[in-house]
Design a protein around this ligand. Structure first.
Ligand code: ISE
Length: 336
């Protein structure tokens, strides 16, 4: 029997996941959607195949007896309460990033899950499922290039909503590279510095876009990230890992690269739903398969917490201009 899934929040990402679950995830069935914009949710429920109910109240959807598992694609500020509800009802949940808005609330989520005694929370750091990132991880882990010394990352959006201010750029965009760095190095980030040049003239006063972040890892490695969410051209995510005996770059062109008439290049995707479509498909399929077994198969609540702790320090660095040490709880003390 199919895993019956309810989706909370059907904005861009939630609607994309709704399509995915309803049409192309094996062993899963979309049974309910929820959104403060009930008209939008109702329209989506009607348009999708199968019997999809619109349940206005997200907590009601989570508690619903017909919902076996939940995808949270609501805004970050709504996550904490909804995650606690999923834990209370013992429901597996794939939670889009950020896990919560700050380190303290994220740690409370980790502790509450630990009390339940089962891994119910997986965080939507989908890059880990992107075939290019996965190949990069495998190459680095093989040791073929020696020890990895540095990462250079570029993360650009075509544009974002005006509500996407400086802190959101850290918490909602840069957070992906926080996870990528922790994952590729299999280590924690101990210090972060976030610089900002004079902003692009295309954002409102006070918005620091682009930003340039530097992460220092416990093992002595360093990662830098340019994050620029109003790049205008298209969506672009690149990562170059520099190791002792070579470097490896991914994200150079997710389509056909042409060389002609003294130029080279190709098309650029408009946003992450296009660039990471395969990653999201794999992420959701593996989450569904694991949920049926009562497990998770991807970034854990701890990973979401660790990222929140780095982002919180990053926001402080962005405002002070100084490096900020990351205050991370002792994993063994929390999880035993
Ligand atoms: C968006 O919320 C995402 O999560 C995307 O993956 C990221 O690239 C983008 O910058 C965010 O706006």
């Amino acid at each position: 029997t199919d895993l019956r899934i309810g989706i909370v929040g059907v904005g861009a990402m939630g609607a994309d996941h709704a399509e995915r679950v309803a049409r192309r995830t094996a062993g899963a069935r979309l049974v309910a959607v929820s959104d403060p914009d009930t008209v939008r949710a109702e329209a989506l429920a009607t348009a999708l195949p199968g019997d999809v109910r619109m349940i206005a109240d997200p907590l009601e959807l989570i508690a619903d007896g017909e919902v076996d598992a939940v995808i949270l694609a609501s805004p970050g500020f709504a996550h904490a309460e909804q995650l606690f509800a999923c834990l209370e009802h013992g429901k597996p949940v794939l939670c889009e990033k950020p896990l919560t808005m700050d380190a303290a609330s994220a740690l409370r989520v980790v502790e509450a899950e630990h009390k339940v005694g089962r891994s119910l929370i997986q965080v939507g750091f989908m890059r880990r499922f992107d075939p290019e990132y996965a190949a990069l991880k495998e190459l680095l882990a093989s040791g073929e290039l020696g020890r990895t010394l540095m990462l250079h990352n570029v993360h650009r959006n075509k544009s974002v909503a005006p509500t996407f201010r400086s802190e959101m750029i850290v918490r909602d965009s840069l957070v992906h590279e926080v996870d990528v760095a922790r994952w590729l190095f299999d280590d924690e980030i101990t210090r972060i510095t976030v610089h900002a040049p004079k902003p692009t003239s295309l954002v409102a006063d006070g918005v620091l876009d682009p930003q340039l972040a530097v992460f220092e890892l416990a093992n002595g490695a360093i990662a830098d990230v340019e994050v620029f969410v109003n790049f205008q051209v298209g969506y672009e995510v690149r990562c170059e890992a520099v190791a002792e005996r070579g470097s490896a770059t991914i994200g150079l062109g997710s389509g056909v690269l042409t060389r002609a008439a003294g130029q080279w290049g190709g098309a650029m995707p408009a946003d992450f739903r296009v660039r990471f479509e395969r990653a999201y498909d794999i992420e959701v399929q593996r989450w569904v398969d694991a949920a049926v077994r009562g497990e998770i198969d991807g970034p854990s609540a701890w990973d979401g917490y660790a990222a929140a702790a780095v982002c919180e320090a990053g926001i402080e660095s962005l405002t002070t201009g100084r490096p900020v040490d990351v205050d991370l709880a002792d994993k063994r003390q929390i999880l035993g």
